[in-house]
Design a protein around this ligand. Structure first.
Ligand code: SF4
Length: 699
């Protein structure tokens, strides 16, 4: 029996992996403060994939896109990839190669992939799917606090609060064990849908605020207005610990709850009630404001996250014991994945790639000249959008991601993937993206390799190896090392051993905002709660400095120690319903599936429970559009179409339909979503697309 952590979401619930009858493996919950002995159904069934017949156990290669992928040996596959990469770089320059990473990769893989892109390939064109996850909250957190860590406090702190406001998060379905920490007497859920979380809040006497999709900024401004109008703003805190309140307040002045009601559809009395519940809790036992993808995945997601942070700051929550603001990171290593160099503009430890001191530090660890590290690249969607186009990458290496299903305007992106000269995908099953590739490299799964993950609290965890990968499978680190060697880099630069990579990562992040230098294997093994920053001790060989479960208690990370209000204004969504597209489509996750579904759609129990795409429609809307319960519907936006089974729900909005994004083929919800980008975070507008809906024959 091996203690490790779940392969899926950012809670990183602890689990034991052990052999089961018939040569299978099983996962059982383990004790850990985050999941307290619980797992969701995805966690319980996660081990099924370890022995799944769909596992790839040999590299696949085709030299002609019209041909079938055929099994080859590893040398043939890696020699082919390295040869093509060398040729493309020679003909078109280093930026002709792009790298697309993942918030599911371990810290070690994220680190080595960033180094591989910049040193072995010499390209600036690296970004990752976390750009589509919490990048807006990260940008807003940096703006407000000078540092972004999803939850700047342990999850367990939430249990003591008197009120928690969840903006655009549905943990009852996406992270069920988190609900055990949301026992606050007043739970306030902001979501256009009556989700399981919203229902739980209502059942417990809490509040559900259901704004029109895309109007969350206006709602947050309304709450700020209502809180101050009721005398609940913490004026002492604002004076002592923040700057910029007056300009931010000017933006909130016109947002009387009645005005907010006109724009958001949320009753003015509910706006006042929610503001009062939160404000009174802030003066009592404590309150939290938490955001999720519903608030963040918009073309104005950064400003919306800032609007919620402004509310939290006005109530005096951040940097206070028992209160705070946080973002519920989604992917398993959504936190660590964004810290170690996969992002187009970052070097390990959250160092800025444009900062000369940061470049110098990292270059010294890498043993290169700072000038050898390319400058900033372009964001994930922009990278995919220019694949194969003049000046864009002609080759793409994809690790741990399935962009053919998971990116907005996915049909368009599949065309771009097909326009490359070389597409290489490292995965353990033939995902929709792998099926388009020239080379597929079969890699190990979570329980088959060592590594560390950083969960949504910034707590670094050890993922332990429970079993060997199947014969013919390599780890991502071995793949990166093998390619780097073939591209002429010395073996010492790209070790394939997670422990060696972690040691280098610690050195690279020493003194950085996300400082891992004190996170030693011994401390991890001892189960210490290591929330970064966790610097090494000041005295060589002396005791390490304490880790930091709670950030900002003494001051914020801006040079003056104060948090910043950001003035934000409501803006309508990038696309409004209208002629030909009368409804809003919003998308999200469900209990049974994870991300693009490449893993969970292959797990019997989960596939049986949620076998295909569905669309949630109000009965009146269904009648208006000729739809019948459990019949099929075709949804169409300006970018594409999808098929889904109709689920009627009386609690749904009449102007909005909802579809999960876990399915591929003709049921790909992201074929419809809008790639309009946030100007700061470059987050696409996943949550609002104008669509029409009509009955369709079964596929
Ligand atoms: Fe895994 Fe997340 Fe479920 Fe926990 S809540 S078992 S981490 S998917």
């Amino acid at each position: 029996m091996t203690r490790t952590h779940c392969p899926y979401c950012a809670l990183q619930c602890a689990m034991h992996v052990e052999p089961a009858p018939g040569g299978r493996w099983a996962a059982r919950p383990a004790d850990f403060p985050v999941n307290r002995g619980g797992l969701c159904r995805k966690g319980w069934t996660a081990a099924e994939l370890l022995t799944h017949p769909d596992r790839l156990t040999a590299p696949l290669l085709r030299t002609d896109r019209t041909a079938e992928l055929r099994p080859v040996d590893w040398d043939t596959a890696l020699d082919h990839v390295a040869g093509r990469l060398r040729a493309l770089r020679a003909d078109h320059g280093p930026d002709a190669v792009g790298v697309f990473g993942s918030g599911g990769l371990t810290n070690e893989k994220s680190y080595l992939l960033g180094k591989f892109a910049r040193l072995a390939l010499g390209t600036s064109r690296i970004d990752y799917n976390g750009r589509f996850c919490m990048s807006s909250a990260a940008a807003a957190g940096n703006r407000a606090f000078g540092l972004d860590r999803g939850l700047p406090f342990p999850v367990t702190d939430l249990s003591g609060a008197e009120a928690v406001l969840l903006a655009g998060a549905n943990p009852a379905e996406t992270m069920p064990p988190l609900m055990g920490h949301l026992s606050a007497p007043r739970l306030i859920v902001v979501d256009p849908r009556r989700t399981a979380t919203a229902q739980a809040a209502l059942d417990a006497g809490g509040i559900h605020l259901a704004p029109r999709p895309g109007t969350d900024t206006a709602l947050a401004l309304g709450l700020l207005h209502a809180a101050r109008a009721q005398g609940l703003a913490d004026e002492d805190y604002i004076r002592a610990r923040t700057t910029g309140f007056e300009t931010a307040w000017e933006q909130a002045v016109p947002w009387w709850p009645e005005h907010a009601e006109q724009v958001t559809g949320v009753g003015a009395h509910l706006v006042r009630d929610a503001a009062r519940a939160l404000g009174e809790a802030a003066r009592g036992q404590g309150a939290y404001v938490l955001t999720g993808r519903g608030a963040e995945q918009h073309a104005k997601g950064t400003d919306t996250a800032s609007a919620w942070i402004n509310l939290a700051l006005a109530l005096g929550l951040p940097g206070r014991r028992g209160s705070g603001y946080g973002c519920l990171t989604g992917q398993g290593n959504g936190q660590g994945g964004r810290e170690h160099g996969q992002k187009a503009d970052q070097l390990p430890g959250y160092r800025k790639i444009t900062d000369p001191a940061a470049r110098e530090h990292v270059a010294a660890v890498w043993g290169v000249d700072p000038a050898d590290i390319p400058g900033p690249g372009i964001s994930a969607y922009e990278l995919l959008e220019v694949l194969g186009a003049p000046g864009g990458p002609r080759a793409l290496l994809v690790f741990g991601s399935n962009p053919a299903v998971s990116v907005p305007a996915a049909a368009r992106v599949r065309d771009r993937l097909a326009a490359t000269d070389l597409l290489v995908v490292a995965d353990f099953v033939l995902s929709e993206t792998a099926a388009l590739a020239d080379v597929v490299l079969p890699v190990a799964q979570w329980a088959e390799e060592e590594g560390t993950m950083t969960n949504l609290e910034g707590r670094v965890l050890r993922r332990r190896k429970a079993l060997d990968p199947p014969p013919g499978v390599r780890t991502d680190l071995e793949v990166i090392a093998g390619l780097a060697a073939r591209l002429g880099r010395p073996a010492r630069e790209f070790p394939a051993d997670a422990g060696t990579v972690l040691a280098e990562l610690r050195a690279a992040t020493a003194g950085a905002p996300a400082d891992y230098s004190g996170i030693t294997p011994e401390r991890l093994e001892a189960g210490e709660a290591l929330h970064w920053p966790a610097p090494a001790g000041r005295t060589p060989g002396g005791p390490p400095a304490p880790a930091t479960p709670r950030l900002f208690l003494e001051g914020f990370a801006h040079p003056d120690g104060r948090a910043r209000f950001t003035p934000v204004a409501h803006r309508p969504p990038a696309e409004q319903p209208g002629e030909g597209f009368p409804l809003v489509l919003t998308t999200g996750r469900t209990m049974g599936h994870y991300q693009s579904g490449a893993q969970t759609r292959r797990i019997g129990e989960l596939a049986e429970a949620e076998p295909g795409a569905w669309v949630e429609v109000h009965p009146d809307t269904a009648a208006e559009h000729g739809l019948s319960a459990r019949g099929w519907a075709r949804l169409t936006s300006r970018r594409g179409t999808m098929l889904a089974r109709v689920r009627l729900r009386r609690t749904a909005r009449r102007d909005t339909v909802f579809a999960p994004f876990h399915y591929g083929g003709a049921q790909t919800a992201n074929d419809l979503t809008n790639p309009a980008l946030d100007p700061v975070s470059r987050m696409p507008e996943f949550k609002v697309a104008a669509v029409r809906i009509e009955p369709a024959p079964p596929p």
